[in-house]
Design a protein around this ligand. Structure first.
Ligand code: EPU
Length: 414
């Protein structure tokens, strides 16, 4: 795979782009399949690097995965709970979902700490505290974590922060705990609803996913199911922002608009004209854009994953915009890269300022993380001249077929 994306900017975008299925659902659903005693068939699995790595990890566990385009048929009946001590574990954050899934099914898991985008500190203390509350013992030696339990017992867990990962991991382990578990101050992201609806089809008893209180009644076995993964709200937002930056009437399809309401209302506040359909968003026009202030929040607030792409668009708005980042305080490396293209941004822990009205020019820049990459792609589409984005592997982790999708809209991308 080429690790550099080259974009000649300034071309207008038009036509339609179809959104793929959700990365952050898929990366929770694939490890969850470990818990099934029958075959699970998943439709619409995004073809991205993260799902490829997870398939390799499933195969390490002796799980049979048949991939037919975006349909995965997964048979975990001969699963072997081997230690996950290989580099693939460190390639993505979501490998930590094997903790909840394997602890639930086998009462034991040994694996490396997860990797993922470098967004500053990303502790997993809430996951581990949750497992302990269910009765597990944690041992950590250097980079290796062992979690084991004689038995898992349902209990009441309050999360100090509504963490997506901790909510999912506790939910997974609690499916096989005896009795009732409640998670208070649970995260409400759509990906959690997607996962719980798959688990419930498999026979789990999860109530309240999508609210701040989730109740899980333990079961002893999970069966197979067929499941379709929801569309990716962050990919949706990325293309909508790209269309606001350079589009002439671009239609973004396979969208659940309710998942991106915070972004849509921010764009409208900036002056972007949108047509919001049942399952699409059309970006009608975006002229004389105004600066805005954004605060990132857990869902349904403005997604941290979208502040980076939005920053690229804000460089063209009139006036000074500000972004307050409440989830990942250091998630601003895209600002340094955008400045190399002529943007005028500054950032400090938890906050960035974008002095708008600048014209971007092509440059050699680096995708330091996945959504930084998305931000740089949008900037490169807006810029005069040629931009070379290195470390594109970060982008391929989360955006299916991005170069082809942009070319179909008329961008000059290689
Ligand atoms: N946190 C803790 N302790 C924990 C867990 C989280 O302090 O045990 C803190 C984190 O440091 C962070 C905050 O809580 O400050 C939120 O973290 P959360 O656990 O909600 O995030 P995550 O599960 O690690 C998922 C997505 C991210 C997305 C965030 C926030 C996956 C695989 N990742 O991460 O997606 O930014 O939720 O919505 O689902 C991306 O797709 O580019 C991406 C980074």
């Amino acid at each position: 795979m080429e690790n550099t994306i080259i974009i000649r900017g300034g071309r207008r975008l038009s036509g339609e782009v179809e959104i793929s299925s959700c990365k952050n659902s898929a990366v929770a659903i694939l490890p969850a399949v470990c818990m099934a005693s029958e075959i699970v068939k998943l439709y619409d699995v995004p073809e991205i690097e993260d799902t490829k790595v997870l398939v390799r990890l499933l195969e390490k566990l002796n799980i049979d995965v048949i991939v037919n385009k975006d349909v995965f048929t997964i048979d975990a009946t001969s699963i072997q709970n081997v230690d996950l001590l290989n580099d693939d574990v460190r390639k993505l954050r979501a490998s930590y979902y094997f903790m909840g899934a394997l602890l639930g099914r086998f009462r034991y898991v040994k694996m490396y700490s997860p990797g993922g985008c470098n967004l500053g500190p990303r502790p997993i203390d809430l996951h581990l505290k949750g497992f302990e509350a269910l009765g597990a013992k944690i041992e950590q030696v250097d980079d290796t974590i062992t979690i084991s339990a004689e038995e898992l017992k349902g209990t009441d867990i309050y999360l100090d922060f509504a963490s997506v990962g901790a909510t999912i991991n506790i939910m997974l382990a609690a499916c096989f705990a005896s009795g009732k578990t409640t998670i208070e101050n649970a995260a409400k992201e759509p990906e959690i609803i997607d996962l719980s609806s798959m688990l419930n089809k498999m026979g789990a008893q999860i109530r309240g996913a999508g609210t701040s209180k989730i109740t899980i009644y333990g079961v002893s076995r999970l069966k197979g199911c067929i499941h379709d993964i929801i569309p990716d709200r962050i990919e949706t937002g990325t293309y909508i922002i790209a269309a606001a930056a350079m589009g002439d009437n671009v239609k973004v399809t396979n969208v659940i608009p309710q998942h991106i309401e915070a972004l849509l209302s921010k764009l409208e506040e900036m002056g972007v004209k949108l047509e919001i359909g049942v399952d699409y968003v059309r970006v009608l026009s975006a002229e004389n854009l105004k600066a805005v202030d954004v605060i990132t929040q857990p869902f349904p607030g403005f997604a941290t994953d979208l502040q980076q792409p939005l920053t690229a668009l804000l460089t063209s708005a009139q006036g000074d915009s500000s972004i307050e980042e409440t989830i990942y305080m250091e998630r601003f490396k895209h600002c340094d890269e955008l400045n190399k293209m002529g943007a005028n941004t500054e950032w400090t822990t938890g906050r960035s300022k974008i002095h708008g009205g600048t014209k971007l020019h092509g440059a050699k820049i680096t995708a330091t993380d996945l959504r930084c990459g998305a931000s740089l792609i949008i900037a490169a589409l807006m810029a005069d001249g040629e931009t070379e984005i290195s470390n594109a592997h970060h982008i391929y982790r989360g955006y299916e077929n991005i170069t082809q999708k942009l070319r179909n809209l008329g961008a000059d991308v290689q």
